[in-house]
Design a binder for this molecule. Structure first.
Ligand SMILES: [Zn+2]
Length: 345
């Protein structure tokens, strides 16, 4: 509680550990930070003490920098015991990108949801080739310039170079399973919206949530429509998942994939709902006439358009439009060229 009696968000540490350093967040649960050469410049890694070895949750990209940090960690703070298991919260490159390197270096096993592992394998394969016809069609249908749509995205290219193909999956888990690592039991919470089958891990006994990217303290996770599931409403899936986290105790220590660990989950969940409400209202306000999604992306994310992030901005804008569509707040038509237009409903 703050001095005014309002619940608030509390950060046990005001700043993250430096590269190669660690903070102990709870007995046997260590926080490590790895750099990302992206706009979002870091990812959090959790190293848990199994007694006879270490379990790692998430692993960063396969860049020279992060691989050097892994070597320093193995011979420094975590020397004496082996990294023996890697658990990935989801299949995005910043969380699973270095898995092959770690599997080869430390002979560790990999656990993830089957869907996330398969998605990572598929995306890795796709990102190294040309843009796929279905993706190109999807982009054009949403107003993306045709001359750019057939090219691979700059972001996709750069991220492929920093991710190795995921190694074999040794075990998988499902929603509600209880898995034991770091000498604690963790209940698996599978949720969609940010990734198809993102896993968070909740320790009932100690009120610790390894949240991955499902809940972040300051920024909101990316929620976008994928061209393979063009009619999806991932924002609804994402916001619905917040109800599961809303049932966790108020003093839960949240260990997020990016940003600082915190307590104050109910406050953060409220802020995230608010954030999306505001953004949905801006979409409605932006629909002063029928517009395609790429137009809306320019309104919501003006700085992203023209950069390597413009396709992510588009996909996030479509997610907001689909949410409004399924709530009857906007309608959808097609113009003479086949481009989808959204208008106030
Ligand atoms: Zn992430």
């Amino acid at each position: 509680m703050s001095q005014t009696g309002q619940p608030q968000i509390l950060f046990p540490y005001e700043a993250p550990p430096a590269a190669g350093e660690t903070y102990e967040m709870a007995p046997g649960v260590w926080w490590v930070r790895l750099p990302l050469p992206l706009a979002l410049d870091h990812v959090n890694i959790w190293v848990l003490d199994d007694g006879d070895g270490w379990t790692i949750v998430d692993c960063g990209l396969a860049t020279e920098d992060s691989i050097a940090i892994w070597a320093a960690l193995a011979s420094g703070p975590f020397a004496g015991k082996r990294f023996r298991r890697l658990i990935a919260t989801h299949g995005h490159p910043d969380h699973i990108g270095a898995a092959r390197h770690l599997a080869q270096t430390f002979d560790l096993s990999l656990a993830a949801t089957m869907v996330e592992w398969q998605t990572a394998v598929m995306r890795h394969g796709e990102m190294s080739g040309d843009a796929l016809p279905g993706q190109t069609r999807f982009l054009i249908e949403h107003g993306y310039p045709a001359e750019k749509a057939a090219r691979r995205s700059a972001f996709g290219k750069s991220i492929t170079a920093m991710m190795s193909a995921p190694p074999e999956l040794d075990s998988s888990f499902s929603h509600g399973d209880v898995v034991r690592f770091g000498q604690r039991n963790w209940r698996i919470i599978i949720a969609g919206g940010h990734a198809e089958a993102h896993a968070s891990f909740y320790c009932e006994e100690d009120h610790i949530l390894i949240a991955g990217d499902q809940i972040l303290p300051r920024i909101t996770p990316f929620v976008g429509v994928d061209w393979r599931t063009p009619e999806d409403d991932p924002l609804k899936t994402y916001l619905d998942s917040m109800a599961i986290f809303g049932e966790l105790p108020v003093d839960t220590l949240v260990l997020p994939g990016h940003g600082l660990p915190f307590r104050g989950l109910p406050v953060r969940l409220g802020q995230m709902h608010k954030h999306h409400d505001v953004r949905l209202d801006s979409v409605i306000a932006g629909l002063d006439r029928p517009r395609h999604a790429f137009d809306i992306a320019g309104l919501l994310f003006p700085r992203a358009v023209g950069t390597g992030h413009e396709r992510m901005a588009l996909s996030e804008s479509i997610a907001h439009l689909h949410y409004l569509l399924s709530h009857g707040r906007v309608g959808r038509t097609r113009d003479g060229e086949g481009v989808l237009l959204f208008e106030r409903g």
